[in-house]
Design a protein around this ligand. Structure first.
Ligand SMILES: Nc1ncnc2c1ncn2[C@@H]1O[C@H](COP(=O)(O)OP(=O)(O)O)[C@@H](O)[C@H]1O
Ligand SMILES: [Mg+2]
Length: 325
């Protein structure tokens, strides 16, 4: 592989593979993170997210492939990588006996900040993260949400060009999550490149510029949230029958299955006379469903099409992959 002198993207990953014994944690993963973007690495537990983060953080060596941060190779230029990134997450440690402020000062000093500079930055960050009242207390007295916020705050002591966050919002209460997202939004506005992992699809949907979906160590989809949603499923026809009778809805669902030659899983009847049909050809399915029901003299109260949620897109993507294994 040629040694590229110019970084095309703050994070470049190609052909990355990592196994732990029999377990393939990552297999042939490639991705680019654009400058100043907020990129989400999405995947269920065990998908390989932390392994990728640890490789980028120079904490784990890949078996195959390359990863570069700001052009620096994570295996051959570890020092340069470490100087230019901040990493926070599941594996980060805080000193329980030290106060919040002292933890931040320690990290600032390790990163080469002057004492005065570190104090100013720490004060700024504890205020930003709503920790001003707690900053003078030992970390062992902190709640889970406060620890998480301190962990993220501490990683920002040096205003890194690239910030990598491993499940920053997992286990946070809603107020802390909102606060954290507000801070991440400010950082993005200031031009910080961020790669974060999450299991929360709605977060990726709302905040990420780009999403990479990992499943069983493989990258199964890449795109903007909108692209992923349209890639994963064309949408759903939603039919509300005039009758709210559950048995009538079930009968109508079976009729649609037969008449539209749909696979069984494509039609779901729900309570109160509502039927959802996977509409792979978009409006065509909606029109066909409407026509079939009318021909059978089943009265329709409402008929429409809706786009899949990112949740449904994710299920469709990971489900397809699992079926293919
Ligand atoms: N140090 C390790 N030793 C053995 N197996 C590991 C190790 N780290 C991760 N794994 C395995 O690799 C897979 C991916 O793990 P991980 O990267 O932590 O996933 P995620 O962060 O998406 O939950 C899992 O099956 C996990 O059990
Ligand atoms: Mg993880």
């Amino acid at each position: 592989m040629p040694d590229s002198p110019v970084a095309r993207a703050p994070i470049e990953v190609a052909g990355l593979g990592k196994s732990f014994g029999e377990v393939v944690a990552l297999s042939d993963v490639g991705l680019l993170v654009e400058p100043g973007s907020l990129t989400a690495l999405l995947g269920p537990n065990g998908a390989g997210k932390t392994t990728l983060v640890r490789i980028l953080a120079t904490l784990t060596r890949p078996d195959t492939g390359t990863a570069r941060v700001l052009g620096f190779d994570v295996t051959r230029q570890q020092q340069q990588v470490r100087r230019n990134i901040a990493v926070t997450g599941q594996f980060a440690g805080l000193d329980e006996a030290l106060t919040g402020t002292d933890n931040m000062l320690l990290i600032g000093r390790l990163a080469g900040l002057g004492h005065r500079q570190a104090r100013l930055r720490a004060a700024e960050l504890v205020a930003l993260f709503g920790l001003a009242d707690a900053a003078g207390r030992p970390v062992r007295t902190y709640s889970g949400g406060m620890r998480r916020r301190l962990d993220v705050a501490a990683s920002m002591m040096t205003r890194p060009a690239v910030l990598i966050l491993d499940e920053p919002t997992t286990g946070l209460d809603p107020a802390s999550r909102d606060l954290l997202w507000a801070v991440l939004g400010d950082l993005r506005a200031a031009g910080t490149t961020m790669l974060l992992t999450t299991q929360y699809l709605e977060e990726a949907d709302r905040f990420a510029d780009m999403v990479h979906v990992l499943s069983h160590g493989r990258l199964i989809a890449t795109g903007t949230p909108a692209q992923l949603k349209s890639q994963a499923g064309r949408g759903f026809a939603e039919i509300t029958l005039a009758s709210a009778d559950a048995a009538a809805a079930a009968a109508a669902a079976r009729l649609l299955e037969r008449q539209l030659s749909l696979p069984p899983a494509a039609v779901r009847s729900a309570e109160a006379g509502r039927i959802t049909v996977t509409a792979d050809d978009g409006v065509g399915t909606v029109l066909a469903a409407g026509a079939a029901l009318r021909a059978a003299h089943i009265e329709i109260a409402d008929l429409g099409i809706r786009q899949p949620t990112l949740d449904e897109a994710f299920l469709a993507l990971t489900g397809t992959r699992e079926a293919a294994r």
